[in-house]
Structures are given as C-alpha cells and as structure tokens.
Design a protein around this ligand. Sequence first.
Ligand SMILES: Nc1ncnc2c1ncn2[C@@H]1O[C@H](COP(=O)(O)OP(=O)(O)O)[C@@H](O)[C@H]1O
Ligand SMILES: [Mg+2]
Length: 347
Amino acid sequence: VSARRGIQPAVRRGKKARIALDGPAGSGKTWTALMTARELVGEEGRILVIDTERGSASLYSDEFSFDELVWEPPYDPRELAETLAAESGKYAVIVVDSLSHFWRGEGGTLDIVDASARRDAGGNRMGGWKTGTPAQNTMVDALLLARCHVIVTMRAATEWVMEKDEKGKTKPRKIGLAPVQRNDLDFEFTVVADLDLEHAITVSKSRCHPLADRVFPAGHGPKLGQILRGWLESASPEQPKAEPANGAAPAEASRTPQAETKAPISGNVVDRVAAAIDALGDKRGLFLGQHRITVKGGKPDLSGLDRMALSTLAAELAVTPDDEIRKITGETVPAGPAVAPDEDIPF
Ligand SMILES: Nc1ncnc2c1ncn2[C@@H]1O[C@H](COP(=O)(O)OP(=O)(O)O)[C@@H](O)[C@H]1O
Ligand SMILES: [Mg+2]
C-alpha cells in the first residue's frame, strides 16, 4: 500500500434513509410513505409531506400526524432543492409525493429542457439538456444532502396485459411500468420498492440487506419502515464531508453517495471516473449496479459498460451525459428524440 492509502476495517456509515416508492395510482404510495415515515421516526418525529397532488395526503391525516406543503405548479426541481435545504433541518423525515411532477409536471425538468431548447438552442432538444441536466442534478443532490430521512413517491405508467387465469380464460391485468422520473434515479436510493394494485410491496433495490428482494403482501407494508430503522440505527454516524478544494461546487462532492470525495473531479468521463475511484480509495474499484469498474494504468476500464450504465455513471459524476458518452462509445448523434414521447399519465 502506498503511504497515502490507509487500510481500515470497513464501516457502514449514515443513518439517513433515502426511499423511493413507485407504482400506479391507487397502489398505496401515499399511505405507505406515511406509514414508513412514522415507523422510521417514531411517534414524536416531525413529518413534512410535500404534496403535489392537491392535498391527497391530507386524506390520511386521521391516521398519521404530519405537516403538509401543498405544492401548486410550477414543479421546478430547483425550487424543490431550495425547499429541501430550508426544511430538512426542522423535520425528521420529508416525504415528496410525488417526485414525478418535478420531472414531467408543469415547469418540471422536461419543461425546462423544452423551454431552454426553444430559447437557447433553436428548438434542439439535446441543447435544452444543458439547462435541464443541472436543474435535475440540483434536485437529486438536495435529496441526497437533506439532513433528515427522505421518502419520495413516483408514478409508474400503467399498462394492461392479457393473461390466462387458472381456468384458462384470458383476462386483462393492469401492471405498473417504469417510474416517471429520470431513468437512472434508482441508483441514488437506499431502498426502492415497487407497489402494485393489490398493495403488495416488492423491494426491487436495497442497500439494506435485510430488505433485499423482500415482498410484503397487502397489509404488511408497515414492516418495511421497522426493518429499515433497525438497520439504520446499527450504522455508524456519517463522517464529516471533506471540504472540496479549489472552489469545486459542493454539489459535486455529493455525487457519489457512498464515497468521501477527496479531490474535485473534473475533465471528461474517463478522468472523472479515475478520480472518483482514486477518491474512493477502494482497490476493488467502483461498483455500478452489476458492473465493477477498475483502473488499469491510470485509466478506468469502461469497456464492459452498456450505454445505460454509462449514462448512469455520467449522471452520477455530473458530466454532460450525451456528449461525453458519445466520445467513449464513438456513437454519432442519435436520430430519435432525446426524450420518450409523453405517455398518457394523469397528474
Ligand atoms: N399496504 C397496504 N395494505 C392494504 N391497503 C393499502 C396498503 N397501502 C395502501 N393501501 C390502501 O390503498 C388505497 C390507495 O392508497 P394510496 O396510498 O392513496 O395510493 P397512491 O398514493 O399510490 O395513489 C388506500 O385506500 C389505502 O388505504
Ligand atoms: Mg397518492
């Protein structure tokens, strides 16, 4: 080991949960968010619900006590970031119900992209992301930096599939699809759970091992918060964040949630990944979902990553994704639209 690298026993740090609940309308997102919030912080902990659905959380005020901020349009992600920064010291948990509005609602990230494309880029949507990506990243950073637990809900688009029942009769069944938010957002959360219309909760991603791959049938959702609380309480406190040098934006330091960023990361994706892995000081490299990125001869080996993984990585390291990724993949400018056409989602 070189002199500047110290080997120590690994310690799990941080006691603040970041939870995402996604599912179609009626699946139980709001109720489960409130239940999980109450379990995480106990009877006394203060809960703030940022409600974009015109007071729908207040329907549950008989069962749960909480403060409510009914958020009318515009759903500007930068304004959400400011609100999180201002309020997260006063509450034990903040629920954002739903975060989808800050993506696809009026004034959300996609609207910011469109407006900027029209204003600054002659209608070119890719150009609009120069404004949209930082706006979105500001919000993601604020969700990660909040001093309290954060629970977000996300609408999942719904679709009907035809299925045969036990008797062999073909029946339509409603299913939830991908959550309405930037497609790499799952990466940022401690726990991601998918809810269905039978109110079953399936943990699809979990850094909390006792919750990994768990399925809670209807009525048993409450346990999720209890299990998570026990796991968080057994962690060590967060280490104070190292001051970023050279006036790097503080947001930059938070891009790699599990890492203490020692040096500002700049340059292209390859350099940034190398710097991030160096800052991690972990010989095993940087884990990105299933992928493990190692550094050979000062350069990270990105060859095993598909475009999706590269996009996630670029977003994680706050680089302009598309330009940089194309440099690595050698792709030409894609012909299709940068954003999937809007689906029919009732907000
Ligand atoms: N885990 C659960 N078990 C049983 N019923 C549930 C569960 N979670 C939610 N519900 C019920 O499902 C209905 C819809 O819940 P809600 O949270 O408002 O859905 P969403 O916010 O996803 O539209 C409510 O009547 C609620 O009481
Ligand atoms: Mg709801």
